[in-house]
Design a protein around this ligand. Structure first.
Ligand code: INI
Length: 157
C-alpha cells in the first residue's frame, strides 16, 4: 500500500510560484499577501521565484490565473482577494465568478491554484481572517499550495 501526501517540511529552493492579488479591499489583501510570502520564505522559496501579479478586483483573478498557469513558468499559484458582502449588491456575482473561474483555470491547466479569496459578510470578518483572530487565509493558501505541489510531484514520479 502506498500513501501519497504532501510533505510540509520540504525545502523549495527551485520552486517558482505566483501570487495573484486583487487590489480591491487592498488593506485586507496586503495582509493576505504578507501571510503567503512569509510561508513561502520560511519554506525556502526564494524571493526571486515569487511573482506578485496585481489585478483590479477578485473578478479579474481568474483571467490572470489562467494566463499565468498557461505560461508553464509556475509550479503553482495562490489567489488572494477579499469580497465583502456589505460593500456591494453584486457580492454573489463577484464571489462566484472568482471561485468558478479559479477552479476552471486550475482544471484547464493542471496547475495547482489555491483559493485565498475571502468571502465575508462584513469588514470585521475579513480583518479577522487576514492575520488577526482567525488566522491568515493567505498563509493557509500558501501552505495548501506547497502541499499540492508536493502531492502532484509525487503522483507524477
Ligand atoms: N472586488 C473585490 O475584490 N472585492 C469586493 O468586495 C468587490 N465589491 O465589493 O464590489 C469587488 N468588486 C470589483 C470587481 O472585482 C471587479 O474588479 C469590477 O467589477 C470590475 O470588473
Amino acid at each position: 500500500m502506498a500513501t501519497i501526501e504532501g510533505r510540509l517540511n520540504r525545502n523549495h529552493p527551485q520552486t517558482r510560484v505566483a501570487i495573484i492579488a486583487a487590489r480591491f479591499n487592498g488593506a485586507i489583501v496586503d495582509n493576505l499577501v504578507k501571510g503567503a510570502v512569509d510561508i513561502f520564505s520560511r519554506s525556502g522559496v526564494e524571493a526571486k521565484n515569487i511573482d506578485i501579479i496585481q489585478v483590479p478586483g477578485a473578478f479579474e483573478i481568474p483571467i490572470a490565473a489562467l494566463a499565468a498557469a498557461k505560461t508553464g513558468k509556475y509550479k503553482g499559484l495562490v489567489t488572494l482577494g477579499a469580497v465583502i458582502r456589505g460593500a456591494t449588491a453584486h457580492f454573489d456575482y463577484v464571489a462566484s465568478g472568482a471561485t468558478n473561474g479559479i477552479m476552471t483555470a486550475m482544471q484547464q491547466t493542471g496547475v495547482p491554484i489555491t483559493f485565498g479569496v475571502l468571502t465575508t459578510e462584513n469588514l470585521e470578518q475579513a480583518i479577522q481572517r487576514a492575520g488577526s483572530t482567525v488566522g491568515n487565509k493567505g498563509a493557509e493558501a500558501a501552505m495548501a499550495l506547497l502541499e499540492m505541489i508536493d502531492v502532484l510531484e509525487q503522483i507524477h514520479e
